[in-house]
Design a protein around this ligand. Structure first.
Ligand code: 28G
Length: 633
């Protein structure tokens, strides 16, 4: 191909990325914006994994850019046959294409490694600085990957490494504000997975910085997740290799009842698990059942533990390395490992190493076996109680509670009905009066909701408030929960817009996350979005949700006006509450989606402390503020 033709192809490629960014980075919202960072950082991490440079720095700059530096070999600075420099080619030629291309899924990183040229295409400016062969080289781009200044030598140095600084294009992204906490969390994860790697994050805007470096790798990862929990033993480290597949697992039981397993393949998180996770679970179950049998802990009876019994209170990180030729991913988002050999290899390594560990550590073994046996007893008791409830044996008592508190919807079409969980009796009163009687049911909640982070099924059943919610929704709990059986198409949490309200919100989210996760996954859980202010001028009364909007509104009003700040839902009269917050034709609901559900567990324990700031931040970062319709917040 002629030189000019090649250049045209390159520009067409960059233009294609700008036309359909979603194909390359998933979305143009906050998540898509951060994908840009992952793409660049992954290249730096790859260079470190290859053994070149173990120090990476990510800076959120005052100028609105992100700057990533590594201490690797530096991108080669020679000339390509086309007459372009190697860096120009690397940062302007699209590599393996978008999401729908079948080939070219990179082993590590981002949305299957769509590459630095995609980041360039979506940036209004990018500067690449390379330290290599004694020189400092620089090339810059503008307006979506067009060369601004070609590669040139700008100085000398003894160091080596690459620095990429880019300014995301605000014509493409809904937001260009980078989040220190989102970046930190992901970088911390990389630092856990690659022990010995140091990652520094600097936020020049908010004057914050942090450095992550973990000599003990994923053992530190498990200990970090368990920071606010009570571990029952020292974290167990399992490593092994078979048929070219490397397995590294860190696991530790705590006194809680929840299970947190996070898995990775070639340092990429497998959100939907897959064969390596299945192998792990099968291996653990086998080891436990063999142990209780061999050590006669079943007192002669044939007791068989279910997998879930062996994972109560377990925190585990599974990290496997699979050679590229064996890699298979499944599912829509390719977040599930398919490779069958990963199951057998993981299972046999877990079986071998965990059996050995338990035989060598009898005290730990009896602690965790006892825990698993207790889980089995509790599980069977709970099942029996549920069956009795279904057969009507102990129904009357519960019905009485329900009838006293729940204001039911008159309509009988379950999918159309909505359940409002309302904080406090006074707000509950307004909601009852103001609601749409046909489709809206009101359940007022009294006092604080139980913190479910450490609760077992039994604790939940014993808690009146939560029991009420379970009975009202009527679709079961835990592994028995079926969203299709829900009495309501939407469950809507309606709390005051203050700290207490936020706290109740988070406690309820924890409960739903732990005991009714499918409800969240089915997109049936919402948060109501009541206004903060009303403003009256002339004959008009308007409701306003944010401080920013209030400031804007005041600017537009000529003459006098009256502002009222709602301190709580209870302050609104029934009509006002319906009109602003409940009316399906006017309200804006927030759909709850906990993306990174497993790490949320860790945050939940952070949140349950007294600190208000992290709690607020968590809500902001993790509750997906996608509105039900096109209403603005
Ligand atoms: C700072 C932010 C992101 C990088 C390197 C190092 C090399 C490289 C990168 O080469 C071109 C094509 C295949 C070899 C490789 C340097 C070999 C020898 C590199 C980064 C050349 C890419 N010397 N460091 N790319 N390959 N860091 N950090 O992007 O043949 S990208």
């Amino acid at each position: 191909m002629a030189y000019d033709d090649k250049s045209i192809k390159i520009l067409e490629g960059l233009e294609a990325v700008r036309k359909r960014p979603g194909m390359y980075i998933g979305s143009t919202d906050k998540r898509g914006l951060h994908h840009l960072v992952w793409e660049i950082v992954d290249n730096a991490v790859d260079e470190a994994i290859n053994g070149y440079g173990n120090n990476i720095t990510v800076t959120i700059t005052k100028e609105g850019s992100i700057k990533v530096s590594d201490e690797g070999r530096g991108v080669p600075c020679g000339m390509h046959e086309s007459g372009k420099s190697t860096p120009e080619v690397i940062y302007t030629v699209l590599h393996a294409g978008g999401k729908f291309e079948s080939e070219g899924y990179k082993v590590s990183g981002g949305l299957h490694g769509v590459g630095a040229s995609v980041v360039n295409a979506l940036s209004k400016k990018m500067i690449v600085t390379i330290n290599r062969d004694g020189g400092i080289y620089e090339i810059s781009f503008k307006d979506g990957g067009h060369v601004d200044v070609p590669l040139r030598k700008i100085g000398t140095t003894k160091k080596t490494g690459t620095t990429v600084e880019f300014w995301p294009d605000d014509k493409i992204f809904e937001t260009t504000k980078f989040s220190y906490s989102i970046i930190s969390e992901r970088m911390q994860e990389s630092a856990f997975l690659i022990s010995g790697l140091t990652i520094n994050i600097i936020d020049e805007i908010e004057n914050k910085n942090v450095t992550f470096n973990y000599e003990n790798g994923i053992v530190s990862f498990v200990d970090f997740i368990n920071e606010n929990k009570t571990p029952l033993h020292k974290t167990i480290d399992i490593t092994g290799e078979k048929n070219g597949i490397e397995v590294n697992i860190a696991m530790c039981y705590t006194d809680s009842y929840s299970e947190s397993i996070i898995s990775f393949v070639n340092n990429v998180k497998t959100i939907d698990g897959g064969s390596h996770e299945v192998g792990f679970k099968t291996g653990v179950t086998k080891v436990f059942n063999e142990y209780i049998k061999n050590n006669n802990l079943t007192k002669g009876k044939t007791t068989i533990l279910e997998g879930s019994d062996t994972r109560e209170g377990l925190t585990a990180i599974i990290s496997v390395k699979v050679p590229e030729n064996l890699l298979q991913f499944e599912g829509q988002t390719k977040g599930k490992l398919g490779t069958p050999q990963a199951k057998s290899v993981t299972e046999s390594i877990v079986y071998e190493k965990l059996s050995y560990y338990l035989d060598e550590n009898k005290a730990v073994a009896s602690l965790i076996m006892e825990k698993a046996l207790k889980s089995k007893v509790a599980r069977e008791a709970a099942r029996k109680a549920r069956e009795e409830a279904r057969n009507g044996k102990s129904k009357s008592g519960k019905d009485k509670i329900l009838n006293g508190k729940l204001t039911k919807a008159a309509g009988k079409i379950k999918e159309k009905n909505e359940l409002f969980l309302v904080e406090g009796d006074s707000a509950g009163g307004s909601a009852k009066t103001g609601r749409n009687r046909e489709t809206q049911a009101i359940l007022p909640l009294r006092g604080k909701v139980l913190n479910c982070e450490k609760a077992s099924n039994n604790d939940i059943n014993a808690n009146e408030e939560l029991n009420l919610i379970i009975q009202t929704i009527g679709a079961g709990i835990g592994s028995d929960f079926k969203p299709s059986e829900s009495n309501y198409g939407k469950v809507i949490i309606m709390t005051d817009a203050d700290d207490d309200g936020a706290h109740i919100q988070i406690l309820l989210l924890t409960f739903f996350y732990r005991f009714m996760k499918p409800l969240i996954e089915a997109g049936m859980l919402y948060i109501a979005n009541p206004p903060l202010y009303s403003i009256e001028y002339g004959k008009v009364k308007e409701y306003i949700s944010t401080d920013e909007d209030l400031i804007e509104k005041r600017k537009t009003i000529k003459g006098s006006y009256k502002i009222n700040r709602f301190k709580g839902l209870g302050e609104m009269d029934a009509e006002e509450l319906f009109e602003t917050t409940m009316d399906p034709t006017k309200r804006s609901l927030i759909k709850v989606s906990i993306e990174d559900a497993l790490l949320a567990e860790k945050r939940v324990s952070v949140l349950m402390g007294d600190k208000v700031d992290p709690r607020k931040e968590w809500i902001e970062e993790n509750v997906d503020f996608t509105l039900e319709d096109n209403f603005r917040r």
